[in-house]
Design a protein around this ligand. Structure first.
Ligand code: SF4
Length: 250
């Protein structure tokens, strides 16, 4: 069994959703927002692979937009017109990102970096968006969010994904994270919180416990996230408001 952040979060939110996605293989179709998010991630990966140092791209905005064109994913849009509209949205987001990028003082040392480590027989894997080395010598795990509104430092401190990636930075790369941050690129805001090494044991326990339950086939539904679930109109356990006649087949 291998566990990634997505699998762990899905199981923690709703074990039944985990079953639908990862056991039954029922992947929901890609939404325009999801597709744009992937295009933006691919763009930033390409751009920062060439430009890790602050201020090392005098014509960076034009380069960023060129990378956007080559990284663009065409899937997820119902009409060509819809695709054009979302493409333009992405361009505006990247122009805003460039404004932030101009004042960056950190060096980017890892970009879309894969990791894999083992804990008590469970393999944990993932891909970090980015790790920065700050001017004061501290390391910072950074994740991009392209759809969400900026959250508080307290929420970033409790972010499961960042905590997992901070743990991986220590275990796999031997680097001590001081900060964990979310870069909300639509909102042009970076929110950071101190990395909490004291929380690692609880995180490892959570991973091992979740894997044990998955292994036992324990998939009890948790309905607290139904309103945002992609299967809310089809799932038999959904408590989200339903349209009349929606077939509940899952
Ligand atoms: S609709 Fe609710 S119960 Fe069903 S899979 Fe989604 S979150 Fe779980």
């Amino acid at each position: 069994m291998e566990i990634s952040y997505s699998r762990l979060k899905t199981y923690r939110d709703c074990p039944w959703l985990f079953k639908l996605l990862y056991v039954d293989g029922l992947y929901p179709s890609l939404s325009p927002a999801g597709s744009l998010g992937l295009s933006l991630h691919r763009t930033l990966e390409r751009y920062h692979a060439r430009h890790p140092e602050p201020g090392d791209a005098p014509d960076g905005e034009a380069e960023l937009l060129d990378d956007y064109v080559s990284a663009w994913l065409h899937r997820g849009y119902q009409t060509p017109q819809m695709q054009v509209e979302w493409f333009e949205k992405g361009k505006e987001i990247l122009r805003g990102y460039w404004q932030m990028e101009r004042s960056r003082s950190s060096k980017i040392i890892l970009v879309e970096k894969e990791f894999r480590f083992e804990v008590r027989g469970v393999w944990v894997k993932g891909i970090m968006d980015r790790v920065d080395l700050n001017a004061d010598g501290s390391y910072e795990v950074v994740e991009y969010k392209t759809q969400k509104a900026a959250s508080s430092p307290e929420e970033v401190a409790g972010n499961l994904q960042l905590s997992l990636y901070g743990l991986a930075l220590r275990r796999v790369f031997g680097l001590e994270p001081k900060w964990q941050s979310v870069l909300f690129i639509r909102e042009k805001a970076k929110v950071r919180a101190p990395y909490n090494a004291a929380g690692e044991q609880a995180l490892l326990d959570l991973i091992v416990e979740a894997e044990r339950k998955m292994d036992q086939g324990l998939y009890d539904p948790d309905t607290s996230h139904c309103v945002r679930c992609d299967f809310r109109n089809r799932c038999a356990y959904s408590t989200a408001p339903q349209s009349a006649g929606d077939p509940k087949t899952l």
